[in-house]
Design a protein. Structure first.
Length: 374
């Protein structure tokens, strides 16, 4: 079984005394180190934490769950993802399912008392309409807590308001929303940092001078926006580098054709940044001719791992989707506590640290959580 990277979720203040309703349990004692990222501003550090990875066994995870937070027996966690297909999302779901199992085991819930979870969403990240319709249906079923990743940062506002009106706490994962006042917590990666790290690696690889193209997922997805913003911010330090093309999957009819056209129009292109797994895998399938630009991607899919090993890709900044999923459920469990004070004390933003994967470390066993498979 895959090992989880368990993060510290230090609760603010003293542990709140348990109420009379619900079974008692808590999530404040996960053991790991929290490190502040040097690249973040002081104000960002006040709002966010970068979490170091730490492999643990299933027994360790269960043992780390104490009994200080009240949970209602038979509570239901509804997950609506912006996509369900793909190696990344498979691992997110696995992390969530393992977290639910661990919680039930720690609480000794069984039969009708068990915490349950549903996982729904469109197969494709670009299918915003299906996600919105799914959210409407799920909220109407009145789950105990809703977990969601936003395919579009603005499209789910009405659903967030409906959840709030019905007393359903919302935990967002992977991709945040524009208005987080209605969100109890966010669990994901610091996507601005992802973009900055890509920029530094790519700039060094092309000699800090040249032409670069950015091939991205949907423009209105928070993760895409932050990655591109971080990338541009870091590139501002390199006067010799220019971005000659910027494509988004929701702005072109055929992304593969659009990327191929950029390669033809810029035969002297030096570098390419693909902002997510779908675009990176798609780009690697193109015929790029003799003059192949240096390419950096995001998320170490099996396709990208092969490309890195074969020398077609410089490297990728990879997330730990299993842990994102696991920590989302841990946050959801606290957010749905039957004690309002305990529910309100859930850590608002916890960001897990991504890892740079290239030919030098792709075979390192410690990077297992960052290497995806079909």
């Amino acid at each position: 079984m895959k090992k989880a990277a368990i993060a510290v979720l230090f609760l603010a203040g003293a542990v709140v005394a348990a109420g009379e309703s619900g079974k008692m349990g808590g999530f404040g004692n996960f053991i790991s180190d929290v490190q502040a990222e040097d690249e973040l501003s002081e104000s960002d550090k006040d709002q966010k934490e970068i979490i170091e990875e730490s492999d643990t066994t299933e027994e360790d995870r269960v043992a780390a769950i104490d009994t200080s937070i009240t949970l209602g027996a038979g509570s239901r966690i509804a997950v609506v993802s912006k996509a369900t297909d793909g190696e990344y999302w498979k691992l997110v779901r696995q992390g969530m399912e393992d977290a639910v199992k661990d919680i039930n085991k720690a609480y000794e819930f069984s039969s009708d008392d068990e915490i349950s979870m549903t996982f729904e969403g469109p197969s494709d990240e670009q299918d915003i309409e299906t996600q919105v319709n799914t959210l409407d249906a799920v909220i109407a079923e009145n789950p105990t807590v809703l977990c969601m990743s936003a395919g579009d940062i603005e499209s789910c506002q009405a659903q967030l308001e409906a959840a709030s009106e019905n007393g359903i706490p919302v935990v967002v994962f992977d991709s945040n929303v524009s208005d987080d006042e209605l969100v109890a917590a966010f669990r994901g990666t610091d996507n601005a940092y992802v973009g900055k790290l890509v920029a530094e690696k790519l700039a060094d690889a092309i000699g800090k001078s040249g032409k670069i193209a950015v091939f991205s997922a949907q423009e209105k997805t928070e993760s895409s926006q932050k990655r591109v913003e971080g990338f541009k911010e870091a590139l501002a330090d390199y006067e010799g580098i220019s971005i000659v093309s910027e494509l988004y999957t929701d702005k072109v009819k055929d992304m593969s054709e659009a990327m191929a056209d950029v390669l033809k129009r810029y035969p002297d292109l030096d570098g390419v940044f693909c902002t997510n797994e779908d675009v990176a895998d798609m780009y690697l399938g193109l015929d790029k001719g003799e003059n192949t630009p240096v390419m950096v991607g995001v998320d170490a899919t099996s396709v990208q791992q092969k490309a890195i090993t074969d020398g077609q890709e410089l490297g990728t900044v990879s997330q730990d989707p299993y842990d994102i999923g696991y920590q989302t459920i841990i946050a959801a469990a606290q957010a749905m506590s039957t004690d309002p004070a305990q529910a309100a004390s859930v850590e608002k933003n916890v960001l897990l640290e991504p890892k740079w994967i290239d030919a030098s470390n792709i075979d390192d066993a410690s990077n297992g959580n960052y290497l995806y498979s079909k």
